[in-house]
Ligand binder design. Sequence first.
Ligand code: IPM
Ligand code: MG
Length: 372
Amino acid sequence: MTPFSLLILPGDGIGPEVMAEVRKVIGWFEQNRGLSFEVSEDLVGGAAYDKHGKPLADATMQKAQEVDAVLLGAVGGPKYDNLDFSVKPERGLLRLRKEMDLFANLRPAQCFDALADFSSLKRDVVAGLDILIVRELTSGVYFGEPRGISDDNDPENEGGRVGVNTQRYTSGEIRRVARSAFELARKRAGRVCSMEKANVMESGILWREEVQWVHDNEYPDVELSHMYADNGAMQLVRNPRQFDVIVTDNLFGDILSDAAAMLTGSLGMLPSASLGAPMANGRPKALYEPVHGSAPDIAGQGKANPIACILSFAMCLRYSFDLGAEADMLEKAVEKVLADGLRTGDLMGPEGGKPVSTAEMGDHILAALSAQ
Ligand code: IPM
Ligand code: MG
């Protein structure tokens, strides 16, 4: 069997620590499930800036285009806060998303039963929560032109400056991410809620019309509803279980997915997949990363929760390699260690639990895999 090729980009902060646990999981699947991976590793974010003076070297970008899937840890840190915008660590991640054309960002928010009490909402509002946010990732205000900060001679502006960003969406961009959402809904509860601000933005009107068009012409079997994004934010904290799949633009998706993440109790639990069009081998261009950031305050101390990164690898097994059974195994192993009360610091609540380090959490997940 040809090995699956993976490019690992651990990045900054806790990225390298959590990714080390993923490497252990990869090793487990090689030894125990006959899978074979060809793994290479490279730099991204601040780590790449330190070496190359930019947050993603061209050779790394090239490699990312060639592999079956990219696994990314996290980027950024206070050390890089004052860098010029164009070389900030985040630009490395945005370049990967844009150049690989990863237009569909899948952010599941699932509440593990063992963690329902960690949510800032009441257990009976979040228990059993299982929603999927599909965020458009390559367009909208993140990339729209014109953009920039310029001087402005208007005396009423106190001789100051103007900052501009542009929200721009084409029909094609909206339709392709809508199709991803409808496809995913078909494999879930069959419901899509699309969110925009059609009450104030023309791009929102187009968004609504195009999502409706894709529905009517291609996915009439899926239930579609529309919601203004501000109401969507409110509904997410009022009654999140009303949703199955949410599809929304780049900026609203960024914000709504953080809100949804917090419903589940810990940002340290949430994986994501960013998918593009199929490559020649039929697999989608893909990058997998935890939703959490680089957490510089706890970096290098063995305190980080590796679960989001490990669950991102489970998404990789499922979406890049069609290994649904292996992905299920890994997710069950995570559920088991949580049910056993094993807790990294971020999961340590009033009721206590068995404190474990990053590496111990990884070891327990391997043991739970072996026990299946
Ligand atoms: C995310 C992050 C990124 C974003 C940053 C790091 C550029 O917040 O993946 O949600 O805004 O997309
Ligand atoms: Mg974000």
